[in-house]
Design a protein around this ligand. Structure first.
Ligand SMILES: Cc1ncc(COP(=O)(O)O)c(C=O)c1O
Length: 332
């Protein structure tokens, strides 16, 4: 029999796929397709890991509520684990969250509290502070992926070893988006322990802090921070979930480039990822283009474009200035 105990037993060991149509010549470029996970994103890995770490430490006990500020995917990863383990889940999210993600969370029985996107993280109305208030008022458990070391450690234990095994240790570059930094830096620690020559390149939206931090070792002046439309990556401070010592370089990607690359990947490789995957794919190809033919670049597509269909259409993209006059992406 090939029978799983529950859906979480399908977690991880996601496929690594060559991108020879998207990047035909020169160094090999491959993408790890995280939408093969049970909740269709990379964040399923940390949802169960943060819950089980808290159970082991006695911070999460039967009957307790879990509350998390999330751009959606971590919420769904937590929701899957919460359903199977019998916890109630409340997610706080900024108003930038896609309708699809809210519906998905609610379908899994989670409560979603929408907070304003245009306030500072320290503002009591921000989705971070609202989650802290719910924790305090309800005695809830707050995994807090931005502080929780189980986040990068999960990628050190799973994502990194999977990439090493899938490439027979032959990769030369690891390129990934930085949201909490858990994926890139946790996997990077493992890969660099195996081979210190592997170069790690982070991908950051224009207007976020990570590139400036990697170049100056400190946060940028506040006026350099800007709103961006790429989902799931970038930050306005340096979270402890990111281990910057394992990131050698950071490339910035603008919104238009990230969204256009989503379509390019769908039409060259039939890989339909979200905007953070578009950003990662574009940056990884830039890295591959700098390399000789024996280079081997691995990137990661965190989730699926299906999660953003209310954005990935001509109307929304035109409204947001991602398309020129008369330009369309649908149907031609
Ligand atoms: C869509 C998406 N892409 C990328 C990331 C970045 O992953 P990490 O937080 O591990 O840096 C996230 C994290 O929230 C995400 O939701």
């Amino acid at each position: 029999m090939d029978l799983r105990e529950n859906i979480l037993e399908t977690l991880g060991n996601t496929p690594l796929v060559k991108l020879r149509r998207f990047h035909p010549a020169g160094a090999l470029l491959a993408g790890k397709i995280e939408y093969f996970n049970p909740g269709a994103s990379v964040k399923d890995r940390i949802g169960i890991a943060m819950i089980e770490a808290a159970e082991r430490e006695g911070r999460l006990r039967p009957g307790m509520t879990i509350v998390e500020p999330t751009s959606g995917n971590t919420g769904l990863g937590l929701a899957i684990a919460a359903v199977l383990k019998g916890y109630k889940l409340i997610c706080t999210a900024s108003s930038k969250i896609s309708r699809e993600k809210v519906a998905l969370l609610e379908a899994h029985g989670a409560e979603v509290v929408i907070c304003p996107v245009d306030v500072d993280a320290e503002d009591p109305r921000s989705y971070y502070k609202v989650a802290e208030r719910i924790r305090d008022e309800q005695g809830a458990f707050l995994p807090y992926q931005y502080y929780n070391q189980a986040n990068p450690e999960t990628h050190y234990r799973t994502t990194g070893p999977e990439i090493w095994a899938q490439t027979d240790g032959r990769l030369t570059h690891w390129v990934a988006g930085i949201g909490t930094g858990g994926t890139i830096s946790g996997a990077a620690k493992y890969l660099k322990e195996k081979n210190p020559e592997i170069r790690v390149v982070g991908v950051d939206p224009e207007g976020s802090v990570y590139r400036y931090y990697s170049e100056h070792g400190r946060l940028p002046p506040a006026e350099e921070l800007r709103f961006y439309l790429i989902d799931g990556i970038g930050q306005s401070y340096m979270p402890p979930s990111c281990w910057p010592e394992y990131i050698d370089e950071v490339i910035t990607v603008d919104d238009k480039t990230a969204y256009r690359t989503v379509y390019e990947l769908a039409r060259t490789e039939a890989i339909f990822t979200g905007s953070s995957g578009g950003a990662a794919g574009w940056a990884a190809r830039e890295v591959a283009r700098r390399l000789p033919a024996d280079g081997f670049v691995v990137t990661l597509f965190p989730d699926s474009g299906e999660r953003y269909l209310s954005k990935l259409n001509d109307e929304w993209m035109r409204e947001k200035g991602l398309l020129a006059d008369g330009e369309r992406f649908s149907g031609d």
